[in-house]
Design a binder for this molecule. Structure first.
Ligand code: FAD
Length: 512
């Protein structure tokens, strides 16, 4: 009797126990699916990266002696749903058992859990990727309430025994985040490293997308720079550990438009390799810790900052996503309803920080955390953009965007639409923050020192408007007391003029 095992595009974990033994009675299915290119409008590089990585994974399994059925859009285009495709293959190949790995998104998990195939036994396996098993989520995260990332992270450090010395955190403190907030100075710009980029030929995939009329956006690249197999992913990890890790934390929040390398800086750009599961988080941490042990140039603040992202934030958002489950989609605590300005799709805005962050995202399907959170996300928050629309944008544009990680970051962290499950207060900030962490404001059309003048920085006026607008909901939050006190102390005319400027901007968002 035959077994058919489904491998989804973000389940490219070559170390999975499924592949430990070769078995002639087992076939694997890897398929380019119309539903996966269509559930949201994706960046073209994202679709190319997933399809190319799926194809590479197929080749690796075949080389190890496994039987793999790889279907391109040419073959799957006539199947309306994944369920139909699976049913078809099961009857074609006389399959007695169908197995799949538990998807990380609700959408696919629901779909597969509803699957019923006549005469076929169905079972689900773990993906064997994450560090915290799902069964333990309830011990770490409670639904519908705030759960501190800090506490989660400490538990993970102890549990995994990472950067610990006799039960205490190495270096005497759990987090060195406060040391990690340097902007790039002129001298630093000359030292920014060249990113390691690949040149993976994806012309056939681009042609296929065109042939099937798949609707995408962003800059197409015939030579894809993202890693598409384990060898490349490991090379990127090694490059990060030697070249970027010594300055990773230090410049983690910095932004510049004065260097052509400003899009990558000291970031790992490992998120695609991790989220497609080509790399295991344990493997990434082990490599980074080994580099830290071997290289004096990497101090504790750098390694701790990186460890926190992987065993802290990444595992934490996943638990928050699953524990809150379908409650998530409807969250709109601040009742934000405005549509995205048109320039979200082409980067054509006079605000230099946003133009930079969005153009870069369109060019590379990538922006680093502070660009996502404090530039694009902050604008979406203080301009009151609709969480559904903002989420669809984030879910489409980034190379690493998969709902389990995109949703808590966007809806919770950036938009505070959950009312505080993740953050204790909104990450709203005026133009001063962007001015401190970047060189964008110096050559911007708008003036970051102004909040009500005709050329006032929109982040300045919209920030105060956001506070005034949401006073009923946010005014009682103790962590918001300081900005509200500043607002209250402002002269009435200054308040009125600032709000009028903000209103004018809100009425012409497309023109900004
Ligand atoms: P680095 O800065 O080098 O960090 C190393 C790794 O840590 C990342 O690869 C990632 O796996 C992990 N990590 C860091 N921060 C986070 C975080 N907040 N949540 C989860 N993992 C984290 N990340 C995604 O992987 N997919 C998304 O769809 C996504 N959407 C986001 C949307 C918004 C609004 C915001 C504010 C953040 C989002 N992030 C998302 C988190 C983070 O910005 C990216 O993981 C990071 O920028 C990826 O680049 P990198 O690999 O160079 O990261």
């Amino acid at each position: 009797t035959r077994t058919l095992r489904l491998i989804l595009g973000d389940q490219l974990n070559a170390s999975h126990s499924w592949y430990q033994q070769q078995d002639d009675k087992v076939s694997y299915l890897i398929a380019e699916l119309p539903q996966e290119v269509g559930y949201v409008k994706h960046h073209v590089q994202k679709v190319c990266a997933f399809f190319a990585a799926m194809r590479e994974f197929t080749a690796a399994l075949q080389a190890a002696g496994h039987d793999v059925i790889y279907l391109t859009l040419d073959e799957t285009q006539h199947h309306a749903t994944l369920a139909e495709l699976i049913a078809d293959l099961c009857s074609q190949h006389k399959v007695a058992t169908f197995q799949y790995q538990l998807p990380d998104e609700r959408r696919l998990r629901d779909q597969l859990s509803r699957l019923s195939l006549e005469g076929v036994a169905i079972s689900a396996a773990e993906t064997e990727h994450f560090l915290l098993p799902e069964a333990e989520f309830p011990r770490f995260i409670k639904a519908g309430q705030h759960n501190r990332m800090d506490s989660f992270y400490r538990k993970m450090r102890k549990r995994l025994d990472i950067l610990m010395e006799e039960g205490k955190p190495k270096g005497g403190q759990w987090s060195f985040d406060a040391d990690n907030r340097e902007p790039l100075r002129k001298d630093d710009l000359a030292n920014v490293p060249e990113p390691l980029c690949f040149a993976n030929d994806v012309t056939d995939i681009l042609a296929r997308l065109e042939r099937h009329g798949v609707c995408t956006f962003g800059k197409a690249q015939a030579q894809l720079l993202w890693p598409i197999n384990r060898r490349q992913a490991k090379a990127l990890l090694a490059h990060f550990c030697t070249v970027c890790l010594p300055n990773f934390g230090r410049f983690q929040d910095a932004m510049t438009d004065q260097s052509p390398l400003g899009w990558s800086l000291y970031h790992s750009r490992l998120s695609f390799a991790l989220n497609s599961k080509m790399l295991h988080p344990g493997q990434v941490i082990a490599a980074a810790l080994a580099a830290y042990e071997a290289d004096d140039a990497i101090n504790i603040a750098q390694i701790e900052g990186f460890v926190r992202q992987i065993i802290g934030w990444r595992e934490y958002v996943r638990a928050v996503y699953w524990v809150n489950s379908e409650q998530y989609d409807a969250q709109n605590f601040l009742l934000a309803e405005r549509s995205l300005p048109e320039w979200f799709w082409d980067g054509d805005t006079k605000m230099r920080c946003l133009s930079q962050a969005i153009t870069q995202s369109l060019d590379y399907a990538y922006a680093h955390h502070i660009q996502r959170l404090m530039v694009v996300g902050n604008f979406a928050l203080i301009a009151g953009l609709s969480p559904d629309e903002v989420e669809a944008w984030y879910l489409g544009i980034y190379i690493d965007a998969i709902e389990w990680v995109e949703q808590p970051n966007t809806r919770s962290m950036a938009l505070f639409a959950d009312g505080g499950w993740v953050a204790t207060k909104p990450y709203a900030a005026s133009g001063n923050y962007i001015n401190k962490m970047s060189d964008h404001c110096q050559s911007c059309h708008y003036n970051v020192k102004e909040r009500s003048a005709p050329n006032a920085c929109p982040f300045m006026s919209l920030y105060w408007h956001f506070l005034a607008q949401n006073k009923a909901t946010l005014g009682t939050n103790p962590r918001m007391a300081f900005p509200y006190r500043t607002w209250d102390k402002m002269a009435d005319t200054a308040k009125t003029e600032t709000l009028a400027r903000a209103q004018a901007y809100l009425h012409s968002l497309n023109e900004l």
